[in-house]
Write a protein of this length. Structure first.
Length: 360
């Protein structure tokens, strides 16, 4: 099966997720993955990724609008390229603002496609409402949908999005940003706690603030790193002893070092579909403290390095404190669950679109 995997985002988790999917399927029997990324993607410009179908997209909102206006020309060119690739199916690794263009080209080329749905709902505080509209239109055109968690799958069913189409599942557990770092606490200093990601209300930074106020500064060094609007909660966190707030975009090349700095990653979410940060932390063998919300439960409940707690400041403080008093025992390196999940997903796509399962 010749399977196109596309993601045209410029930065963030999307391009990396698509690259990891394509790499995992390189070893899948009978599957030939073809990766399509934006030439403007951070991992392309940094030389981290190469792909078989690079596409010029945009660098700004004005560039995106211009690209959208030239959509008919891009559809025609893409249609020719897709036909030449002789694809059996395609997979959108994460929806983005130009995917309706690719969807139109795939339909013209006669290639069925599935879409990986990372979030069925907007997160509280999320401003990407236009992107949510584009995602709904893309999902209507897809021949199958892929849910990364049962939580997201249930929401898609409740929303009536499926309309008789297959709902596929993917246990795509973890992927690494570089070689495994030294084990937690190997540095011999205070417990290093990392909160990473978009600094929005759904991340529960108010719960983290309440937890850290209860714990006090003894024994902890805390970094809160990510991009979001300034807020009283961030100001209060920054004022705590031993806590630093880095409100900035974190480029791809820094991710490995950021995880290696930490001993533990804290996911103080009030709501979650699943967590790419958790997946990266698992691969880096970091300890994890997470709240029992949404898809985090199924993602982490069987992870020996994870501690789950109620979304409450007192319970979060207790879970963080337990890393000092009763740390998780060392565990041996885990098998490549991401690769196994990717191969399983490729089989499901072949079945959904009735592709002859040579897969051999």
């Amino acid at each position: 099966m010749r399977l196109l995997i596309w993601q045209w985002g410029r930065r963030g988790a999307g391009p990396r997720f698509a690259m990891e999917l394509a790499a995992a399927l390189q070893v899948a029997p009978g599957v030939t993955p073809v990766l399509s990324l934006s030439r403007q993607a951070e991992i392309m410009e940094a030389g981290i990724a190469t792909c078989g179908l690079p596409v010029d997209t945009y660098r700004s909102a004005a560039g995106w609008a211009a690209r959208l206006l030239s959509g008919p020309l891009l559809v025609r060119r893409l249609t020719r390229q897709l036909r030449a690739l002789k694809l059996d199916a395609a997979l959108c690794a994460m929806p983005g603002p130009l995917d309706l263009v690719m969807g139109a080209a795939l339909r013209r080329a006669g290639v069925p496609f599935a879409v990986v749905v990372h979030d069925a709902d907007l997160h509280p505080g999320d401003t990407l409402r236009l992107q949510a509209v584009f995602q709904r239109h893309l999902l209507r055109q897809a021949g199958a949908l892929v849910a990364l968690s049962a939580h997201v799958g249930r929401r898609l069913e409740e929303q009536g999005v499926l309309r008789g189409r297959p709902l596929l599942s993917a246990g795509l557990s973890s992927f690494a940003f570089g070689p495994p770092p030294a084990p937690p606490r190997a540095h011999g200093g205070q417990l290093r706690l990392l909160s990473f990601g978009r600094l929005l209300p759904y991340k529960g930074l108010d719960l983290l603030l309440a937890a850290l106020e209860r714990l006090g500064p003894a024994g902890l060094e805390v970094r809160i790193v990510g991009l979001g609007p300034d807020s009283p909660v961030l100001a209060a966190l920054q004022a705590l002893p031993g806590v630093s707030v880095e409100n900035r975009w974190v480029p791809e090349v820094e991710m490995g070092d950021l995880l290696a700095w930490s001993d533990a990653v804290v996911l103080s979410h009030r709501e979650a579909s699943q967590s790419g940060v958790a997946a990266a932390a698992i691969a880096a063998r970091r300890w994890i403290v997470a709240t029992r919300v949404g898809g985090l439960v199924e993602q982490l409940e069987n992870e020996p390095l994870a501690r789950l707690c109620a979304p409450d400041g007192e319970q979060l403080a207790h879970a963080i404190g337990s890393l000092l008093t009763d740390p998780p025992p060392p565990v041996s390196p885990r098998k490549d669950g991401f690769r196994d999940g990717a191969i399983k997903l490729s089989h499901q796509i072949a079945m959904a679109f009735h592709v002859p399962d040579g897969l051999a």
